[in-house]
Design a protein. Structure first.
Length: 219
């Protein structure tokens, strides 16, 4: 599903080079739920950005299914992000002027997909938010916001979910609920999930834990 071969990423900062990701080789199979852990600054976010086609590696290859992300042009990468990858972040990033339902529908509208109301309703049901479909984000709790963001990430049927500290702003009950949804997706629907987390509880729910240190994934 997702394969990285010898991937490195270096940033230039104040004339100095910082190696954020160093020679990472790994693969994630369909249905796997992988937790990426490690101290702050070890490269988790950078690695997620590379996997999610949000940034380019300096070296190495990244394959999503049979597509070489390292070889694709900007336009093609945008299409891959829109159609094949779902993103979940610590700060939910719902649009405040749209209802929950409209936020969830938005990726489909952007992708030019029509006839999507049933899909949106089914997802809101799946994440336990049917009763909040017409509400605005400002009136939702943190847990509800993250479940809405999850529904939005899933609406286009992505093959890969990239989650950066998805429980970082939630109490343990709400965090647990979000993790259960992610685990269910991986288990039942064969979606690959890669989640960066500081939380030991979150890592425990994953099917595999990758530990990072100084830009490297420890084996
Ligand atoms: P983590 O997510 O594990 O906290 P990051 O991937 O954010 O780690 O950062 C890895 C390293 O790369 C750190 O040393 C960080 O300071 C550096 N870094 C991250 N993003 C940038 C950037 N845009 N410009 C310069 N340095 C960066």
């Amino acid at each position: 599903m997702l394969e990285l071969r010898g991937v490195s990423k270096t940033y230039g900062l104040n004339g100095q080079r910082v190696t954020a990701v160093a020679d990472v080789t790994l693969s994630v199979a369909p249905g796997e739920f992988v937790a990426l852990t490690g101290p702050s600054g070890c490269g988790k976010s950078t690695l997620l950005h590379l996997m999610g086609a949000m940034d380019r590696a300096d070296r190495g290859e990244i394959w999503l299914a049979d597509q070489p992300l390292h070889d694709l042009g900007e336009e093609e990468l945008i299409q891959v992000r829109r159609r094949q990858i779902g993103f979940v972040f610590q700060f939910f990033y719902l649009l405040p002027t749209m209802t929950v339902e409209e936020n969830v529908e938005l990726p489909l509208l952007l992708a030019g997909v029509t006839c999507h109301l049933e899909r949106v309703a089914a997802l809101l049901e799946q994440v336990g938010l049917s009763h909040r479909a017409r509400a605005y984000p400002a009136t939702l709790s943190g847990g509800e916001l993250q479940r809405a963001a999850l529904a939005r990430a899933l609406v286009g049927r992505p093959r890969l979910i990239i989650a950066d500290e998805p429980t970082g702003n939630l109490d343990s009950d709400n965090g647990g609920r979000v993790l259960e949804i992610l685990r269910g997706l991986a288990g039942r629907e064969g979606v690959a999930v890669v989640m960066a987390t500081h939380s030991a509880e979150a890592a425990e729910v994953a099917s595999r834990v990758l530990r990072m240190r100084d830009g490297r994934v420890q084996t």
